[in-house]
Design a protein around this ligand. Structure first.
Ligand code: SF4
Length: 401
């Protein structure tokens, strides 16, 4: 790093509870700091898990040139207060990016020096650090992708600068790496199409993934993906490269994909390259709800894929959503018995009507999304107690018995 390089800070705000999922902490915070580390001196503070004094906070913020903050719908209100506080401590440019900024960049334009709205956020971070926006269009202080960059910036989280020990306690010694961006599907509840409106999938280069396994020795890995197996050739090449990697034993990893993107050859290759679990987005089993969210999957197909995975020593895991438009208690009960009958681990998430955020004109409207109030998008005939019981049963890191 040269003396003249700028100084940047990546900052996650305080939250009331420890995060139930570290995906955004590794990928939105850590990996983006990893990109910035190529072009600046980087510091990282994750206030959701780090307790630091005011003196330390101010001294780490005050000498920075850039402060990058991922803004989620559930942290947006507290971030606005944090930004006001930081402005009194530093002359740094303050940049908002991630979910809430992508949904409604205009809402945040008054608070930040730059708001990253859409596209490859790693490339946007590089552009801001270097002041070169040739791949972007700028509307006021809102940064949008103009064209697909020739070189996509994938970052690797600087684990030695993050509260990794705290993360590992939550994740039971599992570490995460994102390997895909973009999706060809368009599920109504998903953010991927807001981040990347065009229909494409970009992959982290295979040597980078293998290098991650070779240089980070953890019990387990989560390869974060949109639809891991959408490109069979890429998966087979990756599995082959993992088996040839310079590591004492094949790493244990898990990932996610769609029910309609798996076959026997893929399952076999993934299993022999260390994949022990695949999460499948099922969301709901009610035909009308599936139709509402543009994700129609037949039960027979799900069962067939579960069997195929089990045959190949890969544990299937089902992802379901609570509170989807049109969902009823009967649908939820049916899903619960389906999960029990098929003996699969699962995880429920609450439905967040994220698209509503596009119409907000006041930050205060984000209040219902905050995790301390437990966002409650009702399911017909289901009490709040019943809803929370289902929702809080399993987390991203729940191990099967
Ligand atoms: S397949 Fe997955 S990543 Fe793609 S739009 Fe649907 S939920 Fe999002």
């Amino acid at each position: 790093m040269k003396e003249t390089q700028p100084k940047s800070l990546f900052l996650w705000p305080r939250e009331m509870f420890a995060p139930p999922s570290l995906f955004k902490h590794y990928v939105y915070l850590g990996e983006m700091a990893g990109v910035a580390k190529k072009y600046s001196d980087v510091d990282i503070i994750d206030l959701s898990l780090q307790n630091i004094s005011r003196q330390e906070f101010i001294s780490r913020v005050s000498d920075r040139d850039f402060v990058f903050i991922p803004v989620e719908v559930y942290t947006a209100r507290s971030i606005v207060n944090l930004v006001e506080y930081i402005r009194n401590q530093t002359k740094a440019k303050i940049i908002g990016y991630s979910t809430a900024c992508a949904l409604n960049p205009g809402l945040f334009a008054n608070y930040f020096d730059y708001v990253v709205a859409s596209g490859f956020r790693g490339n946007a971070i590089k552009a801001i650090l270097q002041g070169d926006f040739s791949d972007f269009s700028i509307d006021g202080n809102i940064v949008n992708t103009k064209r697909k960059p020739s070189n996509i910036e994938w970052g690797v989280a600087p684990l030695d600068q993050m509260p990794t020990e705290e993360y590992l306690k939550i994740s039971h010694n599992e570490i995460e790496l994102s390997v895909q961006m973009g999706c060809k599907a368009n599920c109504a509840f998903c953010m991927e199409k807001i981040f990347h409106p065009a229909s494409f999938v970009e992959y982290r280069p295979i040597p980078e993934i293998v290098n991650f396994f070779e240089t980070n020795i953890y019990d387990r890995y989560f390869l974060d993906a949109t639809t891991f197996t959408i490109d069979k050739k890429w998966v087979l090449s990756l599995c082959d490269a993992i088996k040839k990697a310079n590591i004492s034993s094949i790493p244990k990893w898990r990932t996610v994909t769609r029910v309609d993107c798996l076959d026997e050859e893929l399952c076999n290759a993934m299993s022999s390259a260390g994949c022990y679990q695949i999460g499948l987005g099922i969301e709901s089993l009610a035909p009308n709800v599936q139709k509402n969210v543009h994700k129609v999957i037949h039960e027979q197909k799900i069962i067939q894929v579960f069997d195929m995975l089990k045959r190949n020593n890969i544990q299937p895991r089902g992802f379901f959503i609570l509170g989807l438009p049109g969902q009823t208690k009967e649908d939820v009960d049916y899903c619960l018995s389906f999960i029990k009958d098929n003996n699969i681990p699962c995880r429920w998430k609450e439905y967040l009507p994220l698209h509503n955020v596009k119409t907000f004109n006041d930050i205060a409207q984000l209040k219902p999304f905050e995790k301390d109030s437990f966002f409650f998008h009702p399911v017909a005939n289901m009490s709040k107690e019943e809803y929370l019981k289902v929702l809080l049963k399993d987390t991203r890191y729940t191990r099967s018995k």
